[in-house]
Ligand binder design. Sequence first.
Ligand code: PLP
Length: 387
Amino acid sequence: MKFSTKAIHAGQPADPATGATIVPIYQTSTYTQDGIGQHKGYEYSRTGNPTRQALETCLASLENADYGLCFASGTAAADAVMKLLNPGDHVVCADDVYGGTYRLFELVLKRYGIEYSWIDMTDAASVKSAMKPNTKMVWIETPTNPLLNLVDISAVAALAKASGAITVVDNTFASPYLQQPLALGADIVLHSTTKYIGGHSDVVGGFIGTSNSGYLETIKYHQNAVGGVPGAFDCWLTMRGAKTLAVRMKQHCENAQRVADFLVDHEDVEKVVYPGLASHPQHDLAKRQMSGFGGMVSFVIKGGEQAARAIANKTKLFSLAESLGGVESLIGHPATMTHASIPVDEREARGITWGLLRLSVGIEDADDLVADLEQAFAAARQEAVPA
Ligand SMILES: *Cc1c(COP(=O)(O)O)cnc(C)c1O
């Protein structure tokens, strides 16, 4: 089966008990047993729940993974993956990963004896020099937030494999529709399903997929022992979102390209970052590794913080909000919002300047999105004119 078909059918046969066409929300914590030890595969919903299992099967199929596990959030999924490690193990990690991942690694798990090297992974060769005898994992995120840097998954996974390290890819920004890391050599793929997979900004969740039964068993053991599982209704909402992932992603890509082209031509814009632009430093890698360029666009406005604030305040369709990947368009100012906790010098050095704005381009009509930006630019300009 191909992608769109799997999104709608994988793990979702008619309900065996009632014939319900849509997988029911099994809102139950426990399961009545026929006799002691005689049950239908479910005993308690932390350990397993039919609605959750349907979602796990569906998402695993989208990533071409043999196994999938769902979590209460993307962050809970990341924490569970890290339970593959022991004190004294070392992780090589891209230096511009999601802020919550950085916090989990540096401020929580470091206390339990995990060591990290944070490197610029846009140069795959830098991974080789960062490997140590105790390196057990290489953590990739591509494209990254908000600068949309890409990591060459197959090159890095090959280097990791040569040293016996596990390659993990946070595939949240691309979604399985645009990028499939396991096929490129990664061992584990991770998602915040809160973003594109759920797709409607109404549920928080996480997922990991792998075809390695050993990793699956260890992570599943810890999932049950630690307990960061999603509820049945959250799984149901996520599964409902995933059904339309393919059509949504096509529209996200088309709209984002339209918006990027508009920004490139605008005289108030200093720089546009979108993997679909020939000017993106890794455009060739994007074409090789992804089947589309995604819905995220970042740009630098001339006039620094004042101009950026004015535009973020003036858009009407683009809501000023954190998060991404929903059907509705969002605008964010990384320097004061998602990346405010990074020290200014480090932030500037990474390119997260005061004039940088990040768009999560939704699937509204592209004409309306461009018109909204146009009016925001005009209004911001008006504000910049001294009285
Ligand atoms: C949002 C996000 C996460 C964390 O997911 P939550 O569901 O918010 O816990 C991890 N990685 C990336 C790339 C994200 O965008």
